[in-house]
Design a protein around this ligand. Structure first.
Ligand SMILES: Cc1ncc(COP(=O)(O)O)c(C=O)c1O
Length: 390
């Protein structure tokens, strides 16, 4: 007898994972001595966690520390260190009691969504968007509402778009810098959105995972500065280069503290203990991390100069993160096929836009520049040769 499957079983795949698998297969099949595949599809830093973080983890392991469960909201010392980060980086007072350490930003989303919303609630977000926002909401019985955004608003939502929504949604997810577009909301735009949400009873969730990685065109600001009801999500995965350690956090409004704590106790018990120790130490590795950031900045500059000449002139404002969102409508009507041919012909892996924007994504692709600097430097020439531009 066929058994029932749940709503979660319908979650669509995260296509970039398929692209990674295709690039791995292509790399493995290359003859010896052939030029390697340039990896521009992955959204994870090419370098490992900072040395100080790894050393702290090794010390904890060698000392035979019990490393059992921590409190559900995280090690008190890590929560205090994150609170200090808000003071030092943003000039904001964020009491440790309002910080919940999570299993990456990914682990923060179900906690935030379940604490803030009910089944059937509508949660708006800009399209293009990071696919798990919509996929997690859908799996939880909530409804993503997509706001089509383009270059005229830096692929970000505006108060006018929110005002036009009827019925009004229960929530809004924003990300600045965002994935895939790499664009940002100026502080006054984020402030206006945050205040609109608070005034209209719309719960704002601000994904700030790419903070620390912005390139000067737009100032970084946290939604916590503008709204006492906003939920802030962050993570050690990007600026701190700790994807596999799986540590993120929530900065929570008062009313959601205890609900999130209860959910965390039940869903995850705690984030991995040794990784929390490492994450705390990573916050003091600024010099090493700034050097990694400088490498992304160099790659970004080379690509912004080289890609237009190679045939990719329409790039979203590259304000932050390590992504370039390219409109390739003049080259293809099917970016999925285009990326497959680019992998085959130019040996460059990039992510087709359909992952991030179901309606318009066939016209876009995402290049990620957090990989090896030498690979990023080589990419424009390879693309130009493949497209017959030189
Ligand atoms: C915008 C955005 N939010 C959240 C995540 C999830 O990150 P984590 O590794 O902290 O789970 C990612 C990962 O790529 C991301 O791009």
């Amino acid at each position: 007898m066929a058994l029932k499957t749940g709503r979660g079983a319908e979650a669509p795949p995260f296509l970039v994972m398929d692209v990674i698998a295709a690039a791995n297969a292509r790399a493995a099949a290359l003859p010896p001595g052939a030029p390697g595949i340039l990896r521009m599809e992955v959204g994870q830093p090419g370098s490992p966690a900072p040395r100080g973080a790894t050393e702290a983890a090794i010390r904890a392991l060698q000392a035979g520390a019990p490393l059992g469960y921590t409190e559900a909201l995280g090690n008190p010392s890590l929560r205090a260190r994150i609170a200090r980060h808000y003071r030092e980086h943003y000039g904001l007072e964020a009491p440790p009691a309002r910080i919940a350490v999570t299993v990456g930003a990914s682990g923060a989303f179900p906690l935030a969504f379940l604490a803030a919303f009910d089944r059937g609630d509508r949660v708006a977000m800009a399209a293009p968007f990071y696919p798990p926002y919509a996929n997690i909401l859908t799996a939880l019985g909530m409804e993503p509402v997509l706001l089509e955004c383009g270059p005229e608003t830096r692929f970000q939502p505006t108060v006018a778009m929110l005002d036009a929504l009827d019925p009004r949604p229960e929530g809004l997810v924003v990300a600045s810098p965002c994935n895939p577009a790499g664009t940002m909301l100026a502080p006054e735009e984020l402030a206006a959105i945050a205040r609109w949400c608070h005034a209209n009873g719309v719960r704002l969730i601000s994904d700030e995972i790419y903070h620390g990685l912005s390139w000067g065109s737009v100032a970084e600001s946290s939604a916590a500065a503008f709204s006492e009801s906003a939920i802030v999500v962050n993570s050690f995965s990007k600026y701190w280069c700790m994807t596999g350690w799986r540590i993120g956090w929530l900065l929570l409004p008062e009313d959601l503290l205890r609900p999130v704590e209860r959910l965390a106790q039940n869903l995850f018990i705690s984030a991995p203990h040794v990784a929390q120790v490492a994450a705390e130490a990573a916050m003091d590795c600024t010099e090493e991390l700034e050097a990694k950031k400088a490498a992304y900045a160099r790659s970004r500059a080379l690509l912004l100069e080289g890609l237009p000449r190679a045939g990719f002139p329409r790039i979203a404002a590259a304000d932050g993160a390590f992504y370039l969102w390219c409109d390739v409508g003049h080259l293809t009507a099917d970016s999925l096929d285009f990326c497959a041919r680019m992998l085959e012909g130019a040996g460059i892996a990039a992510t087709p836009g359909v992952d991030f924007d179901r309606a318009r994504g066939r016209r876009f692709l995402r290049f990620s520049y957090c990989g090896e600097e030498a690979a990023m430097a080589e990419a424009p020439a390879r693309l130009a040769a493949w497209l017959g531009r030189n």
